[in-house]
Design a protein around this ligand. Structure first.
Ligand code: ADP
Ligand code: MG
Length: 623
């Protein structure tokens, strides 16, 4: 009978901090929640402790629903990151505080304090004050205090974060010993991977309020499901190839997908992880080890000494049918960067910086197929043909996740809306899929769409072009969620030509990235289009040209068919003319949200949205 979180959510204002989080923790387990700062770890602990209320979902302990149980009755002990000891009380006073509150008799209190001091290894320090203790000792007192009333759940919020490395290691070992001895259900949150791996029976990775993956440390390290976890834990190299007849080409080798082959239709992206320690290399001309798979050749670009190991950075020559995902492609990069690791004492014969090397993978792991996450909004009152068709096409082409959402203003309209939408989707989805993929929300459209988009971290939201609040919805998604918005505008059942209107300079990169992503999946041709005003200075023109060269290099590396066009004149007119003549299926525009954050887009973008009857993708751009 452990602890169970069922789909809990928590927002502060407009920010959703914990998103439909579900988790089962066994009785007596030491579970570690690992995530970057701001990912929502402390909030999860506070929700479990009852220090804050959940907005949605429920919390169960030992089979009972404790969602609305006050903190004092939840039977939890809490240790915070900062030493929250009472400064004016001695160690003894601090530890017995909770017992006094519970009117425990003095004899019993004294006995319990002794017991706890022994447990945390502070015998004899009972009359000291917090300022007379070291940081590590203070946290041990905090732990003893949290345990004094014999809680059934122990919550530890980065308890060692403020201490130095050596003391941390010590305290970790002690904590693990104590936790095992007491068999108390424990959740510790940390941003420190080493700590998480050493302590947790299982580790959960939390990212922007979403529990991304849960597993034992070796599972998460050796067999992560997602690119995010592969990168967050351990780092390394992820290359993406395309499946073809149950295999994927990996440089000079072919990788048989084996049992996983059924997960991939032909042409679907396959993500291949190989850790730095499984990346081998040697001077060109020498033989790679047997059983390793040779990726190709490249140049050793850097070597870093880190004690026991050396870290190598290798720039591989461009690889056929493979694109790099991790380390992320830098703008304008043409080759593939890889990381390798070797024991520093066995590295004397290895090639140094500047040398040509072959690179091979001695071991690898396939990540779960992942792709665009698309949310399509359906209007409960008018026809959604355009949205359904385009979203369905994109979902299929990208092997992506596609969900539908609709907003009604009253609970009574939910059933009718569901029925209408189900019948509209019947042509593209099965009944079971429909039930699973439609979410009807009640409330104001703008607020609910923003929430839906935030909760499941979509890459793209498709909005019905006919919606009367279209511009407002666009603006809210672009500013609050920073999520690209796709407007179908007309019916399209495939995308073969994409026009990316880029402004040049930093802001333009977002447009190109999403355009390239769609083009890659849809196998479309990309036209990078820039309109320069007639009075542009030579200096600015140089910057624009450099930007466009970078764009070209990126598209080349991604192996996309592409062209670059620069024209002069008024932007709206030139874009409109190009879009009309070029027979494009999709126009991508950077939209600058208006300053107050509420409005939609610049006048220029609005004008184009009104005039072009081609699917348009608006991407958040900051000037
Ligand atoms: P972590 O512990 O992983 O660093 P937190 O749970 O403390 O993350 O916070 C997650 C996010 O929620 C942060 O962006 C933080 O600003 C916000 N947040 C947390 N508590 C509050 C609060 N009481 N009011 C407003 N925002 C909050
Ligand atoms: Mg925190």
């Amino acid at each position: 009978m452990g602890l169970e979180l069922r789909g809990i959510s928590k927002s502060f204002g407009d920010q959703i901090v914990v998103k439909r989080l579900s988790l089962n923790i066994a009785e007596g387990e030491l579970f570690v929640l690992l995530g970057a700062s701001g990912s929502g770890k402390s909030t999860v602990l506070r929700l479990i402790a009852g220090l804050q209320d959940v907005d949605q979902g429920s919390i169960h302990h030992a089979g009972a629903d404790i969602t609305n149980t006050p903190t004092q009755k939840r039977n939890v002990g809490f240790v915070f990151q900062s030493y929250a000891l009472f400064k004016h009380l001695t160690v003894e006073g601090n530890i017995e505080f909770a017992l006094r509150l519970r009117n425990v008799a003095p004899d019993e209190r004294a006995a319990r304090v002794e017991e706890l001091l022994e447990l945390v290894g502070l015998i004899g320090l009972d009359s000291r004050y917090p300022h007379q203790l070291s940081g590590g000792q203070r946290q041990r007192v905090a732990l003893a205090r949290a345990l004094a009333h014999r809680p059934q759940i122990l919550l530890l919020d980065e308890p060692f974060a403020a201490l130095d490395q050596k003391i941390r290691r010590n305290l970790r070992a002690r904590l693990k010993m104590i936790q095992e001895r007491l068999g108390i259900t424990t959740i510790l949150v940390t941003h420190d991977q080493e700590e998480a791996f050493e302590l947790g029976t299982r580790v959960g990775i939390i990212e922007r309020g979403i529990l991304v993956e849960v597993g034992t440390a070796p599972e998460l390290y050796h067999k992560p499901r997602t690119e995010f976890v592969a990168n967050f834990i351990g780092g390394g190299n992820v290359l993406v190839g395309r499946s073809s007849a149950g295999a994927v080409r990996l440089g000079s080798s072919t990788l048989d997908l084996g049992a996983s082959a059924s997960q991939y239709s032909d042409g679907a992206p396959v993500r291949i992880l190989f850790r730095p320690e499984h990346t081998t290399f040697g001077p060109v001309g020498t033989e790679p080890p047997p059983h390793s798979r040779v990726l190709g050749e490249g140049v050793m670009s850097a070597v870093h000494f880190s004690g026991a190991t050396l870290r190598y950075h290798i720039e591989l020559d461009p690889l056929q049918d493979l694109r790099p995902a991790i380390p992320a492609l830098t703008y304008g990069q043409s080759g593939v960067s890889l990381q390798a690791l070797a024991w520093s004492d066995s590295a004397s014969g290895l090639p140094g910086v500047g040398k040509r090397v072959w690179v091979a993978a001695s071991n690898f792991h396939l990540l779960q197929p992942s792709s665009l996450r698309i949310l399509a909004m359906l209007n409960p009152r008018s026809s959604n043909n355009g949205v359904v068709q385009l979203a369905h096409y994109l979902g299929r082409a990208t092997h992506g996740l596609l969900n539908f959402v609709s907003v009604v203003d009253d609970e009574h309209r939910v059933a009718v809306a569901r029925k209408k939408i189900s019948s509209e989707l019947a042509s593209v989805l099965s009944a079971a899929e429909i039930a699973d993929k439609i979410h009807i929300r009640v409330g104001k459209a703008r607020r609910e769409i923003v929430r839906e988009a935030q909760e499941l971290l979509y890459d793209l939201v498709v909005l019905p072009s006919e919606d009367e609040h279209l511009l407002e919805l666009c603006g809210a998604l672009l500013t609050q969620v920073k999520c690209p918005v796709l407007l179908p505008q007309s019916e399209r059942s495939s995308i073969k030509k994409i026009l990316v209107c880029t402004r040049g300079g930093e802001p333009g990169k977002g447009d190109l990235r999403i355009g390239a992503r769609i083009a890659r999946h849809a196998d479309a041709m990309v036209t990078v289009f820039h309109v320069a005003s007639n009075d542009l200075s030579a200096e600015r023109m140089d910057a624009v040209e450099r930007h466009l060269e970078g764009a070209q290099a990126t598209l080349r590396t991604l192996r996309l068919q592409h062209e670059v066009k620069i024209v002069r004149g008024p932007a709206i007119d030139r874009i409109r003319a190009e879009a009309a003549d070029g027979k494009y299926d999709l126009v991508i525009l950077g939209a600058t949200p208006s300053a107050d954050g509420s409005g939609s887009k610049s006048a220029r973008t609005s004008a184009l949205v009104n005039q072009l009857k081609i699917p348009m993708l608006l991407v958040h751009v900051v000037d």
